[in-house]
Design a protein around this ligand. Structure first.
Ligand code: DOR
Ligand code: ZN
Length: 345
């Protein structure tokens, strides 16, 4: 097969940032994707429906002319979040989900949740009104090894939330382990998982073998090979509980290439090429549409996009820029370490 037409994809987990970086990167998403769930971890974070409304307008203001991209807004859950504001956000149609960052888990998460009990009134209201919870599923306890943080989160936090609030719809975002995949497969309802492009391609060797490679550093950190294989199996299975959330997370190079580099991999620009490569490798090109275009909207209660994109496999590798230049500095583009032949035409 040398070409495949699929419904236009959506990205169910995206960092657009703000200001100069956002203005430079947004076109890389809006070129191919119809919608994206926009992460709220700005400085300061997007905490209230009013914050989200203002951020949404800033996104629309820098959207390239002619692109009909729809940002789906999220709220950053804090211990002070007002359940009435969350309900208002859902009813007004402005807010698609609420994001739980355990405090300290990742970029700009220090204002996140330390004590889940304090967020319980909001979580209870969300369960009642049908507002989905997007979860960064890692514990932050210093004693827990960074490679185990997802698995421990499932046992110690996620399972507890699900038992207390079985009606709460939860997206376990950027699943990186077989433990995560198996946990989702074992859930009878109200749990789904997004998977990034890069976690289908790299394992932890990419980060550490032959030198430390900051552009492969993200959170949750890439794991062992058997976890990557489990993610590939889940993503290419067609199972409706798994869908694309790129977690494309631009940081300018000086913030990554330093003694304490930021977590985040920028994949918006070549994600569809990478995914077509992965799905072809797995003999599952016919299931790319389910993963990138159908399962996500179904989970969030939205219609799949009506229009389509065409992916073609070209003889010559597709040339992507190594960097996306922004007025704040260059952002390195994800290098999958193999030539990409698939392209959106
Ligand atoms: O790698 C990551 N980058 N993981 C996250 O959870 C946050 C993100 C960011 O905002 O840079
Ligand atoms: Zn993220």
């Amino acid at each position: 097969m040398n070409s495949i037409r699929i419904r236009r994809p959506d990205d169910w987990h995206l960092h657009l940032r703000d200001g100069a970086v956002m203005a430079a990167v947004i076109g890389d998403t809006s070129r191919h994707f119809a919608r994206a769930i926009i992460m709220p971890n700005l400085v300061p974070p997007v905490v209230t429906t009013a914050d989200a409304k203002a951020y949404r307008q800033r996104i629309l203001d820098v959207l390239p002319a002619g692109d009909r991209f729809q940002p789906l807004m999220t709220l950053y859950l804090t211990e002070q979040t007002d359940p009435d504001d969350v309900e208002e956000g859902l009813k007004s149609g402005l807010i698609t989900a609420v994001k739980l960052y355990p405090a300290g888990a990742t970029t700009n998460s220090h204002g996140g949740v330390r004590d889940l009990d304090k967020a319980m009134p909001t979580l209870e209201r969300m369960a009642k009104i049908g507002m989905p919870l997007c979860v960064h599923g890692e514990v932050t306890t210093p004693e827990v090894d960074i490679f185990d943080r997802e698995a421990v989160f499932i046992d110690e936090k996620l399972d507890v939330i699900r038992r207390r609030l079985p009606d709460l719809r939860i997206t376990m975002e950027h699943v990186t382990t077989k433990d995560g995949v198996d946990y989702i497969l074992g859930a009878d309802r109200n749990l789904a998982g997004s998977i990034t492009t890069h976690h289908l391609i790299i394992n932890r060797n990419a980060l550490l073998v032959g030198g430390i490679r900051p552009h492969y550093y993200c959170l949750p950190v890439a794991k062992r090979e058997h976890h990557r294989q489990a993610l590939r199996k889940a993503a290419t299975s067609g199972d409706a509980r798994f869908f694309l959330g790129t977690d494309s997370a631009p940081h300018v190079d000086p913030l990554k290439e330093c003694a304490c580099g930021c977590a985040g991999i920028y994949t918006s620009i070549n994600t569809m090429s990478c995914l077509a490569h992965v799905f072809e490798e797995e003999g599952a090109l016919e299931r790319l549409e389910a993963f990138a275009s159908l399962n996500g909207p179904a989970w969030y209660g939205l219609a799949a996009n009506e229009d389509t994109i065409l992916l073609e496999k070209q003889e010559q590798p597709v040339a992507y820029p190594a960097k996306r230049d922004t007025e704040a500095g260059p952002v390195t583009v994800f290098d999958p370490m193999f030539p990409l032949h698939w392209t959106v035409v």
